[in-house]
Ligand binder design. Structure first.
Ligand SMILES: Cc1cc2nc3c(=O)[nH]c(=O)nc-3n(C[C@H](O)[C@H](O)[C@H](O)COP(=O)(O)O)c2cc1C
Length: 361
């Protein structure tokens, strides 16, 4: 039975299918609960939330499902120079983005107390809440945090983009490894070498990592239907994590403009870019991406660039202006058909069954 794997057993799931977490406000309790109730692992990306907001969210999740789910954080929350700007640097950054603020009619933001959240504070909230699973990207939490997870019965799921990162993740004693192929939508979560130096596609990453580590591997990147699941399991994965296809469902918190673009023919052309957040991420090409790339101006470090563009990207979403939003999407977006997460999940199971279930006679 393809459903019965080390991943489904460890997490107590009916199917070894994980709904990938989305940071930046694109996850939703509705999506998490739909997938959890269908027998997969629902996830919620909380790296943009303060500890108090994480506590509130977890309480809401528990009113919607008693099935396993994961909360997800970014271990490394800033790059060099990404913690504070001088007044002069801040003013210069405002000038850089002023045309976009003006075009969308939003007030340029004033200097914040901080540009992003603090992982150490966030993870204490997660430990206290004891979600069934804690998944993370951009690094490996300290030995103390991982030991606390074990003590509290929280399954740990760490993401990697290279064989070396998988070996390091296994050495740290993480329970499950997400192997993120470069086809994936959203950020490249590399932590040993630069993201640009760690671009391996799922077809090579899954078997090479599965051969090298004993920790069960969850394949992520480019999977959007039963063929992708069957292929990933055949290549040595014990589970799959699907992002873009769930992001496109009506249950996600993506804006209507973003969801529309995920089904648009322009989804054939995604790019890896740092112009939105300061870290490398995959999204559908649009005007902002092309203009910033053509300008030749180096993006600010993460999370500063993310904070400056975030203030107008949000307005662009509200105003239905997809040319000025971040249109995160993976390379498999042209495979998307389903607008409902429950129907998507049922079709994933049905199609994988048709390919992998033993045939009578
Ligand atoms: C909009 C978006 C936001 C994401 N945010 C996170 C995140 O905060 N944490 C994380 O572990 N993965 C994040 N991911 C990655 C997904 O969980 C998943 O691994 C990936 O989308 C799988 O590749 P696919 O898009 O080809 O299905 C994000 C992906 C997208 C598309």
């Amino acid at each position: 039975m393809w459903q019965d794997t080390a991943v489904s057993r460890k997490l107590g799931l009916r199917y070894p299918i994980v709904q990938g977490p989305f940071g930046g406000g694109l996850s939703s309790v509705d999506l998490l609960a739909t997938v959890a109730e269908a027998g997969g692992l629902g996830s919620f990306g909380v790296h943009h939330l303060e500890p108090a907001q994480i506590r509130e969210l977890d309480a809401t999740i528990r009113t919607r499902t008693s099935k396993p789910y994961a909360l997800n954080l970014w271990v490394s929350n800033h790059d060099e120079g990404g913690l504070r700007l001088s007044a002069a640097q801040f003013a210069e950054a405002i000038e850089r983005f002023r045309p976009y603020y003006e075009e969308l009619g939003v007030e340029p933001p004033s200097m914040p107390a901080r540009y992003g959240q603090d992982f150490e504070e966030q993870v204490e909230a997660v430990l206290e809440l004891r979600p069934p699973a804690f998944s993370f990207v951009f690094g490996i939490p300290s030995a103390r945090i991982l030991a606390e997870c074990r003590r509290r019965g929280i399954v740990t799921i760490g993401a990697i983009t290279t064989i070396d990162e998988a070996v390091a993740m296994e050495a740290a004693g993480v329970d499950l490894i997400v192997a993120s192929g470069m086809e994936s939508g959203g950020h490249r979560v590399s932590f040993l070498r630069s993201a640009e130096d760690s671009l391996t596609g799922s077809f090579a990453l899954i078997p090479t990592v599965a051969d090298r580590v004993k920790t069960p591997v969850i394949a992520a990147g480019g999977i959007a239907d039963g063929r992708g699941i069957a292929a990933a399991l055949t290549l040595g994965a014990q589970g799959v994590q699907i992002g873009t296809a769930f992001l496109a469902s009506k249950q996600s918190a993506a804006s209507a403009a973003h969801r529309r673009m995920l089904f648009d023919e322009r989804n054939r052309y995604t790019a890896l870019t740092r112009v939105f957040s300061g870290r490398l991420a995959r999204g559908i090409r649009n005007r902002f991406l092309e203009e910033m790339t053509a300008s030749g101006i180096a993006p600010l470090p993460y999370p500063v660039q993310n904070w400056f563009t975030g203030s107008f990207r949000k307005a662009a979403g509200t105003q239905d202006r997809s040319e000025l939003m971040s249109l995160w999407a993976g390379q498999a977006a042209p495979l998307l058909h389903h607008h409902d997460a429950g129907e998507l999940f049922a079709s994933l199971v049905r199609d994988t069954d048709a390919l992998l279930a033993p045939r009578a006679g």
